[in-house]
Write a protein that binds this ligand. Sequence first.
Ligand code: RIB
Length: 312
Amino acid sequence: PLLMVKPKILVVGSINYDTIYQDVLEEGVNDNGIVYKHYTTANGGKGANQARALALMGAYSYMAGCVGNDDYGHSQIAGLKEAGVNTDYIRVDDCLQTGQSVMLMRKNGTYIGANVLGANSAVLPALVENALQNEQFDMVVMQLEMPLDTVYHTYEIAAKKNIPVILDPGPPKSISLDRLKGIYIISPNEDETEGLTGIHIHNESDALAAAKRLLQKSNAEYVILKLGSRGAYYYDGQLGKLYLPYPVNAVDSTAAGDSFTAELAISLASGRPMDEAIQRANAAGAICVSRYGGQLSVPSSDEVNRFLSKNR
Ligand code: RIB
């Protein structure tokens, strides 16, 4: 049964100022000389996107992160507060710059991204420890745009407190999955899956092979692969299942994975069954990808509900 409680979820992760180049006018040669029609700037960072999405989706959303003492950092904190995110555990660092990310959109809505880590390098274990000591959380969600020590440490403290942890292992990199033994969910996209397993996903059997490898290495309860326009792939150690995507016109995939992860987290933390949680997460990703604007395009739970009633 769905618990109508409002779950309290801690997001540990990155806060970036995003610049997104949109609408390719001329293709260029070898990724060189591409000409775009326009760009947008937005608050971003995988952590902040997920924290904002969780607040819009109805969670008590808390964020542990770090920004620089600059205009970008101040505007990020203001934006998160306005969305209803608790920012008590966001530190303002006087020496570091707020993280930045530049994304070059391809015609199909996927992108090439480059990041400045900046103040995200100061998201240190002590900050997370403080949040986890002071508050009682129902779930922790984290990504990889911060020191890996913090990722491992966050998992250790949360595991001791029996708090389920979802890892969205972006951006793509190879990490020690054996430091996350027994984690609740690992949910990478295609590139991140390749970074963690070496397997490039061409088809469903590749997805199963990659999911098996991830599960073996981490002993996770569940692996949920975000396959973009091919949907999502679930694996629990026995059953593998492909969830088809909702058909939408993909224009900008920025924060689509973050919307997926946030909806997955709040659905499961609210007691929804896994099957429904994945369908809702797929819908949240689909809505986000169909509109421009990174963090501002993450959907609320009302939007997810409306979308699902139209797209049964
Ligand atoms: O997941 C999307 C995010 O990744 C962007 O907002 C960008 O800041 C990068 O962190």
